[in-house]
Design a protein around this ligand. Structure first.
Ligand code: ADP
Length: 454
């Protein structure tokens, strides 16, 4: 069985006993799959219409803590329910689990209206704005992560000490080293492909134990769905093989970080590229120039959606391919924005700022909002930059700390107009909480540095 499942095909698979479990999942603020495991019979007879979850799923932190300060939900509000409405177009087999299928849900309120701060709803909103302009986007996210020798449980029991990546050396493009990782990577590629996720390839990345997974570009909602399921599958398949993976952007200060680059292009409804103009410099249409100018101008506004935790900002170090400069270049990996597919129908822009911990729905929605604003304002694109941009003092940077990115998010008129004040206030609260918790906790670093010597 390969690819997405129709509802009828699911019914047939349940009837012949191939499928007995359906994972009914929503996406939380952190970009994780949350939901229930249904008996497949119950799903096809009843729950395919809807099921429910506690509305705190869009108001907790990574540890499921009930964070105070959200207008949308609280202890005072009684933490009620959301409707989980299965989007049957996302029904697919889960080949790495026995007898299992999966469906993604939209989150609705008691009136069956989309919950405005739900990640899928936010992305759908920006796709609708593009449609109104007669445009469609195609996007791709690259998933980078580290693979470790030991299992999640062993690593947790050892207090996250002595972490050994699966290889001993930088394995960028290495076939030999990645052969040794095929035990985990081959099932990831093959199971995802069989689940209807168009995997292009995996490759070794520029650090010991670092892998990258590339998925073929798709419309933004499919791209974010693919990213979310692929990340989830990577963790589960690593777990099945007694290994751990991490999507933390910076698991060690002496190691390279992990990113999630976002490739993007716009297309007309007749299927031709809205970014390509054969007669223009580099093949970049005027529309593409406005879109890119919007991406660059508003990068500080949406940085939090690319880097949502304290740790995210530790990835932004010189000489590590983690750019922070709000400038564009032609095929230069030190710029925040890189022109790819120059002079061809596949011309596109790659945003290199985001870390591997981004929530793809939020990151894509925020970047589309910035690009659309660039088109609406007919922003002029500056000339591309050249050379090592890490050395440039002239160029503007994105916020370099969670605190700074929270403030640019809070003050973003562009995002408030695109997403609504309530949504921005909600995510500002999520951002504040991450900082508040970090500020409260004493870290290993402080202890080792100060215990004796302070
Ligand atoms: P590189 O070798 O420079 O990393 P790839 O050809 O591997 O580039 O493409 C990187 C990502 O860009 C892939 O996920 C691919 O599907 C995606 N991509 C290719 N063309 C487009 C396009 N026109 N719009 C958006 N994404 C695209």
């Amino acid at each position: 069985m390969a690819g997405n499942l129709t509802f009828d095909a699911l019914k047939a698979a349940v009837a012949d006993g191939t499928i007995d479990t359906v994972l009914v999942c929503a996406v939380d603020m952190q970009g994780r799959l949350m939901g229930k495991r249904f008996h497949a019979r119950n799903f096809i007879d009843h729950s395919f219409e809807e099921t429910h979850c506690c509305n705190y799923l869009l108001a907790t932190d990574l540890e499921m803590y009930t964070v105070e300060g959200y207008a949308a939900t609280s202890w005072a509000g009684g933490y009620g329910d959301y409707v989980m409405k299965p989007d049957l177009s996302t029904l697919r087999p889960v080949p790495w689990l026995d007898g299992t299928a999966m469906v993604l849900c939209d989150l609705l309120d008691h009136h069956h209206e989309a919950v405005p701060h739900s990640p899928r709803a936010l992305l759908k909103g920006q796709i609708a704005r593009l449609e109104a302009l007669g445009l469609e986007a195609k996007m791709a996210t690259e998933l980078e992560f580290f693979l470790f020798e030991k299992s999640f449980d062993d690593i947790r029991r050892s207090g996250f000490r002595d972490l050994q990546p699966i290889s001993a050396y930088n394995e960028d493009y290495h076939i030999l080293q990645t052969t040794k990782e095929e035990e985990v990577m081959r099932p990831i590629r093959n199971h995802l492909y069989a689940a209807g996720i168009p995997v292009e390839n995996s490759k070794g990345e520029a650090e010991a134990g670092q892998e990258e997974l590339n998925i073929r570009y798709a419309d933004p909602l499919a791209c974010a769905d693919h990213h979310t399921i692929a990340k989830h599958a990577t963790k589960e398949i690593a777990w099945q093989h007694g290994r751990a993976v991490t999507f933390m952007p910076k698991w060690h200060h002496a190691r390279v970080g992990s990113s999630a680059h976002v490739h993007q292009s716009l297309w007309k409804t007749d299927g031709t590229s809205a970014f390509f103009d054969a007669d223009a410099p580099h093949g970049m249409s005027q529309l593409m120039r406005h879109y890119m100018a919007g991406l660059i101008r508003y990068a500080p506004d949406y940085t939090w959606f690319l880097a949502p935790y304290v740790n995210s900002y530790k990835r932004f170090q010189k000489g590590t391919f983690a750019p922070t400069k709000t400038a564009w270049s032609i095929d230069n990996r030190t710029a925040g924005f890189r022109l790819c597919g120059e002079g061809t129908r596949g011309v596109r822009v790659e945003c290199r700022i985001g870390g591997s911990d981004l929530n793809p729905y939020l990151a894509l929605a925020a970047q589309l909002a910035a690009g659309i604003r660039g088109i609406e304002e007919k922003l002029e694109l500056e000339a591309p930059v050249t050379g090592d941009l890490y050395q440039s003092r002239r160029l503007k940077e994105v916020p370099r700390t969670l605190r700074a990115a929270t403030e640019t998010l809070r003050k973003s008129k562009m995002l408030r107009e695109a997403f609504g004040d309530a949504v921005i206030d909600h995510y500002v609260r999520a951002a504040e909480w991450e900082q508040e918790e970090f500020d409260r906790v004493v870290t290993d670093y402080e202890l080792a540095r100060g215990f004796e010597r302070a």
